[in-house]
Design a binder for this molecule. Structure first.
Ligand SMILES: C[S@@+](CC[C@H](N)C(=O)[O-])C[C@H]1O[C@@H](n2cnc3c(N)ncnc32)[C@H](O)[C@@H]1O
Length: 247
């Protein structure tokens, strides 16, 4: 999708959203089958990861995330595009997805400035990573080991979608890894053993770490929300925690 195709409004008519153009990869059998499994097998919490990816894909005039469209899938791109179109036509004060775009930019800038305070080198843990593609789009991560924590089936499908996208022969859809390393950690953050799983995957508690909890929407009793923070606090090195940006 080019900037002109999605999100970028034509100068002569800012009330009309350009027609949605799907990435070619979404039309391939492999990627279609992967997205069908999302529709059939994931619950609404896991599917929310595709909604946020759709936001980044359709606000691509402010966020450069070339993988977001493939990760989001047709259903969520169409649904958000329709909401944006209606918002434009009704002259709504807030066009759908804008808050998500602002939030992502806020996290990107916080991540970069915190990395700079660590001389560009730290572990970065994305709790409830969903369809986040920071490891592929942020050059500031070039000296960092990135860990993505999420449910096993989400991480499996995400890896297959990224394999299809990064191996694509279409130059526009090719992306390469920016982070020094990327490790996916399949875990339920509500369970007591998620921190142990993270360590078994190579995470080192004694190293400088930036934790990102961007819109992870915990679906658990509120008193268990604190558990991830307790595990983070118990890490020996002072860690930087970045949680949901204010709406
Ligand atoms: C709204 S999405 C946000 C994804 C990503 N952080 C972003 O901003 O695009 C919420 C994510 O948190 C994950 N999540 C929520 N609760 C979780 C849990 N208990 N264990 C692991 N992942 C969880 C979901 O699977 C989903 O990918």
């Amino acid at each position: 999708m080019s900037e002109q195709e999605n999100g970028q409004l034509p100068e002569d008519d800012d009330a009309i959203l350009p027609e949605l153009k799907l990435p070619d990869l979404l039309l391939t059998d492999t990627v279609k089958a992967l997205h069908a499994s999302i529709e059939n097998e994931w619950d609404s919490l896991q599917r929310s990861a595709c909604q946020t990816a759709a936001g980044r894909a359709l606000w691509n005039h402010v966020i450069q995330d070339p993988l977001a469209g493939v990760l989001a899938g047709e259903t969520y791109l169409r649904s958000l595009h329709e909401k944006m179109r209606k918002d434009r036509l009704s002259n709504a004060r807030e066009v759908s997805g804008v808050i998500l775009a602002v939030r992502t930019l806020w996290f990107d800038s916080k991540l970069e400035s915190t990395l700079n305070s660590f001389n560009g080198e730290a572990q970065v843990v994305l709790l409830g990573a969903g369809m986040d593609a920071r490891a592929y789009r942020l050059t500031c991560l070039k000296e960092s080991n990135v860990f993505e924590v999420d449910f096993p089936k989400l991480l499996q499908v995400k890896a297959s979608l990224l394999q299809a996208a990064t191996g694509s022969s279409n130059e526009n859809q090719q992306s390469k890894m920016m982070a020094k390393t990327l490790t996916r950690v399949a875990a339920d953050i509500r369970d007591d053993d998620w921190f142990e799983k993270l360590q078994r995957s190579g995470f080192m508690p004694e190293k400088n770490t930036i934790w990102i909890l961007e819109d992870w929407r915990p679906r658990c009793p509120f008193w268990t929300h604190e558990r991830p923070f307790k595990s983070i606090q118990q890490a020996p090195q002072p860690a930087k925690v970045t949680s949901n940006a204010p709406r």
